[in-house]
Design a protein around this ligand. Sequence first.
Ligand code: AMP
Ligand code: MG
Length: 422
Amino acid sequence: MDKNHKEYLTVDEALALVLSRVQVLPAEKVNLLDSLGRVLADDIVAIDDLPPFANSSMDGYAVLATDLIGATPTTPVQLRVVADIAAGRPSRVILLPGTAARIMTGAPLPVGADAVVPVEDTDEPWRDADRPLPEKIGIRRAVGKGDYIRYPGEDIRQGDHVLAAGHVIRPQEVGVLASLGFATVLVIRRPRVGILSTGDELLDVAEPLSPGMIRNSNGYAQTAQVSTLGGEPLFLGIARDDEADVRRKLQIALDAGVDLFISSAGVSVGAYDVVKAVLEQEGDVTFWRVRMRPGKPLAFGAYRGIPYLGLPGNPVSAMVSFERFARAAILKMAGHTRLERPSLAVTVLDDISSDGRESYIRAVVRRDGNGYVATITGSQGSHIMTSLVKANALLIVPEGVIKVAAGEELKALMIDWPESVF
Ligand code: AMP
Ligand code: MG
């Protein structure tokens, strides 16, 4: 390794510094349906039992279990039917020995009943609204006390701490919160992220190509990356390699109240690397070389007090650096504690070479027998965007390693879980 590398940061050092300078955002109250994917800011304590009352888990007959001792298909027990209890209506029925109440799934159990017999185990041939309540019902099996009854509090008891602050809300949490009556919940605010693309060579996506120009892909890819993480992207478009233009665009984001800036390009050693200049004038800025491939140059600091992450310009470098640094920063701000992608140990099927920096190799991981294997997705140039389109993982070649032979094992950061992995 060349001696200059001593001045460089490792990926882990750079990531630790980024994370030490972004903070979890404050909480806000949102409607339950807007809470999906967000992080709870408060413990959730049940205000009711769930289920809230004893009810039937089947369409059938509410009975006293002792009435049915010895009931079989050939020796059914006849009970007098005294009530018809539908879901959604309170029941004032009291069941006495020798009687039964027709009951629907979810309907409240009458006082005195201690079991339900499913309709399939009775001689009631069918049910519909037109069919009158039978006077008697033959029951063809015995039941145990409590059979087909859902008791109050079986799922959640009033006063239970159901979810802790920090819990990520998925559809099942939305369901639990709804059943407990939480129309609104306190969650961590979504990080607002300003996304700026710098470069004189950039055109917007709708513009026709002209000599020497390329379309701005980073701004779009990064906006999508922020959205995928549950952040609120603010697309700032293109700034020319001109300090005043960069400042003007950053001001738009400041006025909109962003929590983080992400820009691409303009952070290496080119003569027109204006992001670097603008940030230097604003004071709090650190320029790093990270011992990482792709994506060596990385600027981190603050612009007027707001954290600023300046990513490299090459599209693959920008995406991989976002993956490694911006992703964790945004997730931390949103209150998440699991900041890293899941990883797998995989056997590589191709030879891989590196220059000794920690390298991120675009690859396809798939299941093979009891383990996982990985093949690389063609050319690994930092401008080959299709290598990311094909990939479901980034293989990490550790620092100091310059050759990995087919058959060796590497850690794969999984950016997707395609079906073939399972
Ligand atoms: P730079 O960091 O300015 O030296 O840019 C490195 C490479 O990334 C150059 O080839 C740029 O043209 C390219 N590049 C910079 N910004 C973008 C962008 N927003 N979209 C696509 N390519 C870009
Ligand atoms: Mg440039």
